[in-house]
Design a protein around this ligand. Structure first.
Ligand SMILES: *[C@@H]1O[C@H](CO)[C@@H](O)[C@H](O)[C@H]1NC(C)=O
Ligand SMILES: *[C@@H]1O[C@H](CO)[C@@H](O)[C@H](O)[C@H]1NC(C)=O
Ligand SMILES: *[C@@H]1O[C@H](CO)[C@@H](O)[C@H](O)[C@H]1NC(C)=O
Ligand SMILES: *[C@@H]1O[C@H](CO)[C@@H](O)[C@H](O)[C@H]1NC(C)=O
Ligand SMILES: *[C@@H]1O[C@H](CO)[C@@H](O)[C@H](O)[C@H]1NC(C)=O
Ligand SMILES: *[C@@H]1O[C@H](CO)[C@@H](O)[C@H](O)[C@H]1NC(C)=O
Ligand SMILES: *[C@@H]1O[C@H](CO)[C@@H](O)[C@H](O)[C@H]1NC(C)=O
Length: 322
């Protein structure tokens, strides 16, 4: 079996010097909070090396060897469980472990890791987290960490396709105070940035909390979220660039690095209308503003220098040690 030979030779070639070993076997991740797709990786060995070389990576995966798709799982992704599979499934995994036993499993559903718990350590921001991979007799390997990912008090936690994400809404009840630039600067003081709206849940959270941050004006105000129109989408001739038109999300550049799905940006009727190049969310208490029958929390492109009442910041969760 070609795949078998491929796997066996790889297992031997990837035994590294202490402290890390990549243990290669057949499997499929089944419980995790996110992952990272690595593009332009042409071989499984390169995929494994990619993870090996990153201090924050603990696991590599390809659902098939041809064509190869390379996924890496970092500390922030909290991989919890990997199902054991066989060569027939042709799905490859590599665990990073602290291991100098120089033992690698070979073959279908091998006695992986020498039937003993193995452990690893990966970096997450300024901390390290350790994890234990237990030799389950059952159909999967389980990974336990000495830390959990969490959001600080008053930050909401959301699950995005590639990570968990924390969002907090800030506002000034008494006055309109923040340009988009000032909002961004404030988020930086929280080690965060203006958040994007990756889902309806994120939109609704920001809209709901923002209402509690403001008084007066019939609870009607703009709050900044991530999104600044790209220059080519407002300079002369922008109408001829397809991605600049309509509500196309590509017309905006984002400071939120983990925004992949723009479904939380639901636009007011006739928006965006190029009346400004930054994105704000309209906060309007539905009970006090019955004339608006479209969702509280809709988006609008607005003048970046407008003084708004508030904004929403976003950042990665942090590790809390057990
Ligand atoms: C995934 O693993 C976590 C941590 O062990 C556990 O709390 C959660 O219930 C698991 N989820 C599923 C769907 O098995
Ligand atoms: C692996 O292959 C077996 C046999 O074809 C199949 O029953 C099983 O569902 C597969 N497992 C996965 C995770 O795809
Ligand atoms: C994290 O691990 C790396 C590599 O093992 C090590 O160099 C570093 O000192 C560790 N950092 C902390 C805070 O323990
Ligand atoms: C968690 O594991 C890391 C890496 O082994 C270690 O540096 C850290 O001290 C551990 N934290 C606790 C609270 O055990
Ligand atoms: C931001 O990060 C710095 C450095 O890690 C830390 O000292 C500070 O307390 C953090 N600020 C907040 C608001 O989390
Ligand atoms: C887009 O945003 C990123 C991150 O803030 C920034 O580095 C980059 O310069 C911006 N690009 C444009 C065209 O504005
Ligand atoms: C974005 O999220 C929506 C709603 O959660 C989902 O239906 C859609 O498939 C997602 N789109 C992409 C490209 O992931």
């Amino acid at each position: 079996m070609l795949q078998h030979v491929f796997l066996a030779s790889l297992s031997f070639s990837l035994v590294y010097s202490y402290p890390y070993t990549m243990i290669v076997t057949y499997g499929k991740p089944t419980n995790y909070t996110g992952y990272n797709r690595v593009l332009n990786v042409l071989s499984w060995e390169k995929c494994v090396m990619h993870c090996y070389n990153l201090p924050f990576c603990l696991f590599a995966y390809s659902p098939s060897s041809t064509p190869l798709e390379c996924y890496s799982f970092y500390a922030k992704h909290m991989l919890f469980e990997v199902e054991k599979t066989t060569s027939a499934n042709n799905s490859l995994v590599a665990f990073k472990v602290v291991d100098d036993k120089r033992y690698c499993p070979i073959g279908d559903n091998a006695p992986t890791f020498g039937n003993a718990p193995n452990y690893g350590s990966v970096s997450f921001g300024k901390s390290n987290t350790s994890y234990v991979i237990t030799p389950e007799p059952g159909p999967s390997w389980k990974i336990h960490y000495n830390a959990t990912l969490g959001c600080q008090y008053d930050w909401g936690m959301f699950t995005r396709p590639t990570t968990k994400w924390c969002i907090r809404v800030f506002g000034n009840a008494w006055s309109e105070s923040y340009t988009q630039e000032a909002a961004l600067a404030f988020c930086k003081t929280q080690n965060a940035t203006l958040t994007g709206l990756d889902s309806i849940e994120e939109r609704d959270f920001v809209a709901k909390v923002a209402l509690t941050r403001i008084t007066g004006y019939n609870k009607f105000a703009g709050f900044w979220v991530s999104g600044t129109r790209r220059p080519e989408c407002y300079f002369d001739g922008w109408e001829n660039i397809p991605y600049c038109t309509g509500a196309n999300p590509q017309q905006f550049n984002h400071t939120d690095p983990y925004l992949t799905n723009y479904s939380g940006y639901t636009w007011d009727p006739s928006q965006p209308d190029w009346s400004g190049n930054c994105v704000q969310m309209w906060i309007r208490d539905p009970a006090l503003n019955p004339e608006y029958d479209y969702p509280h929390g809709n988006s609008d492109d607005y003048d970046c220098s407008t003084l708004n009442r508030g904004f929403a910041c976003g950042k990665l969760p942090e590790l809390t040690f057990n």
